[in-house]
Write a protein of this length. Structure first.
Length: 62
């Protein structure tokens, strides 16, 4: 029984044909890197946290 593509089920039957890591894996890697970054920041250091957010945005654009 194959599923009909629809909301939440847009991946082709048989899996993705895109080479490399799946997009959700790249997103989770970026989020993990973000959390590692902010754990090195002081709670009072807004510039450090801002840099971590910018790195996350850059990773999302890539």
């Amino acid at each position: 029984m194959s599923m009909v593509p629809g909301p939440g089920n847009s991946e082709p039957v048989g899996g993705s044909t895109a080479p490399g890591p799946a997009p959700h894996e790249q997103t989770w890697d970026a989020v993990e890197t973000y959390f590692q970054c902010i754990t090195t920041c002081s709670l009072d250091d807004g510039d450090c946290i801002t840099q971590c957010v910018e790195q996350l945005r850059d990773a999302d654009d890539a």
